[in-house]
Design a binder for this molecule. Structure first.
Ligand code: ADP
Length: 255
């Protein structure tokens, strides 16, 4: 699709694509330990960017700073040109999906999806339309009245995805969302996440330590090692032309 339309303003690869998120010189120390060192990153509108790296490399900390659950020790964090570092998590236009779903157990599927819309004061008609649409996007219309405990792990994760996307966030942040699922379900959910990304055009920042997942899903991958980016490029370039031995080792044939 090369022709932009009124509703499709997202491009993922154009050289002139507008950066949605701009990070400059971002660092984080916990006590004496520096866990992020002067991170620079531009995420383009509509892009699927994955933070990939071994455990402890700083992926979750970076995501939590973007979300507002942690404060950076230094640096800039701009969303569409606005400094969001001063905003509370609820004031940032971000959706979050975690590994352990964090659905409200006492609410139905539809009520879980509606929750963020109520908080944002959607009127009843608009709320109903958004919930129905999101149920359709994740294929759960027939389970709208169920409670989360009556759903499988994959279904719960679909609800979490629908809930996070319901209020059309600027960026969807996902932290190991498939980590608790078995392999066949993970492969299926990868395809569903891809499809939802394609359909909604939402910018995604995705955290995983799974190379295959990063390869399948991402427009670009940032490979993290000890709080810095060891590489940042398309999966193809990282795979075929690794720029250093860490990338080569970490993003090579994992079989
Ligand atoms: P990853 O997501 O890549 O596994 P994390 O961002 O969770 O890495 O952690 C990066 C480093 O920061 C680790 O060494 C971890 O122990 C440390 N860390 C994370 N959160 C805290 C915290 N709240 N207090 C102290 N150290 C932390």
């Amino acid at each position: 699709m090369s022709t932009p339309t009124m509703t499709d303003t997202h491009t993922t690869t154009g050289a002139d694509a507008v950066p949605s998120l701009r990070i400059r010189g971002l660092s984080k120390t916990f006590g004496e330990t520096e866990v992020l060192t002067s991170i620079d990153l531009d995420v383009k509108k509509g892009e699927f960017l994955t933070l990939l790296g071994p455990s402890g490399s700083g992926k979750t900390t970076l995501l939590r700073i973007i979300a507002g659950f942690e404060t950076a020790s230094g640096g800039e964090l701009l969303l569409d040109g606005t400094d969001i570092s001063v905003l509370k998590p609820s004031e940032r236009k971000l959706g979050m999906v975690f590994q352990n779903y964090a659905l409200f157990p006492h609410l139905t599927v539809a009520e879980n999806i509606a929750y963020g819309l109520k908080v944002r004061k959607y009127d009843r008609g608009a709320l109903r339309r958004r919930v129905d649409h999101m149920l359709e996007v994740v294929g759960l219309g027939h389970l709208a009245a169920r409670k989360p405990t009556q759903l499988s792990g994959g279904q719960q994760q679909r609800v979490a995805l629908a809930r996070a996307l319901a209020y059309e966030p600027e960026i969807l942040l996902m932290d190991e969302p498939l980590g608790a699922l078995d392999r066949s379900l993970r492969l299926q959910m990868e395809q569903e996440i891809k499809q939802v990304h394609r359909e909604t055009g939402t910018t995604v920042i995705y955290v995983t330590h799974d190379q295959e997942e990063a390869l399948v899903l991402s427009d670009r991958v940032a490979i993290m090692n000890q709080g810095v980016f060891a590489g940042l490029d398309t999966p193809m370039n990282l795979f075929t032309r690794p720029e250093n031995s860490f990338v080569a080792r970490f993003f090579s044939d994992s079989n």
